[in-house]
Unconditional design. Structure first.
Length: 329
């Protein structure tokens, strides 16, 4: 570990910064983990896109379809590749699971291999009554069994949203809870940001809101979703660019670059078939020359018509595919 449990918040305030991407997991045609493709993607994201960090094995990464052994292997390779690149990109590994023993097992593995942080999403509470007390105890229990910095994650998939008051209480009381990916309406995350300044790093998954959150709320990290790897290429890193400008106070320049990405955002919105978010994002990756591959059941694959719509949207969005990538895909 690079820090002690009691120093986790200070470490995160110094190092959990910039643009972090939630990254998909590539599978082979036989649905086994594509380790060579994963390594190639990691090297591209770290060395060519120069991302601040990688959110590994989350919902975009299809963690729910993977065994514990596969998730650990995914973690191992991510930490190995970031270390090989001088730790220019950080790692935040998703240990989310409905089984609490699995969460703790993955958290301890992440700590042992030298990951920077972990993510643990709020549990689904099928018979929940006193949700606040239950969720508080859930995070207290996980945090007491590992020293690694923990990012909470609250989103509608859990069936409820953690209140700003609950998030603030957890952050105040638990030293190694350092951040939250707060997938909630802006009024809620803005209120939490003001309530927890200095004790909790707040972020949300919306790239469209990221610039305003830097300027208006003083946010330091985009934590995180898939746009940083779908909107950017080795020669076109506009999310990185507008982030640096905004953080340097050059807001008008940042807005011009942010707004120039609207054709890409619109292309992805227009191309998205219903019920296939991971599949079409992976296909878009392939058009960019990254390893994508199929999704695992029960996720739905793309039809040939779906793939044609994605190709057409990509062709008109203004991003350039590497030579041969679109044809190969």
């Amino acid at each position: 570990m690079k820090y002690q449990r009691t120093d986790a918040k200070a470490w995160a305030r110094e190092h959990l910064r910039g643009v972090w991407a939630a990254v998909p997991t590539p599978f082979r045609d036989d649905l086994s983990l594509d380790e060579a493709g994963w390594r190639a993607n990691l090297r591209h994201w770290i060395g060519k896109l120069e991302l601040g960090g990688l959110f590994v094995g989350g919902k975009q990464g299809e963690f729910f379809s993977m065994s514990v052994a596969e998730r650990k292997r995914l973690f191992d390779l991510a930490v190995e590749e970031t270390a090989a690149h001088g730790n220019r990109s950080g790692t935040i590994l998703s240990c989310s699971d409905q089984n609490l023993d699995t969460v703790i097992d993955l958290a301890r593995h992440a700590e042992a291999i030298g990951a920077d942080y972990i993510v643990v999403h709020a549990p689904m509470l099928h018979f929940g009554r006193d949700i606040d007390s239950t969720v508080y105890e859930y995070y207290r229990h996980v945090a007491s069994r590992t020293g690694i910095g923990i990012a909470m994650w609250s989103h509608e998939d859990a069936g409820y949203l953690m209140s700003p008051e609950l998030c603030a209480r957890i952050a105040r009381d638990i030293p190694n809870v350092v951040a939250i990916k707060y997938s909630v309406p802006r009024e809620m995350y803005a209120r939490l940001s003001r309530m927890t300044e200095g004790t909790l790093i707040v972020s949300t998954s919306s790239e469209a809101e990221w610039l305003d959150n830097i300027v208006e709320l003083g946010w330091q990290v985009y934590l995180c979703s898939v746009p940083p790897i779908l909107f950017q290429t080795a020669g076109d890193r506009r999310i990185n660019d507008y982030t640096r400008l905004a953080m340097a106070g050059r807001v008008d320049e940042a807005r011009r670059i942010r707004d120039s990405l609207e054709p890409v955002r619109e292309a992805l919105r227009r191309a998205r078939p219903p019920g296939t978010p991971q599949a079409y994002q992976k296909y878009w990756q392939e058009l960019l020359g990254q390893a994508g591959g199929p999704v695992r059941p029960p996720l739905l694959p793309l039809t040939e018509d779906d793939r044609a719509r994605v190709r057409a949207a990509f062709a008109g969005c203004g991003l350039a595919a590497p030579s041969g990538a679109a044809v190969a895909a």
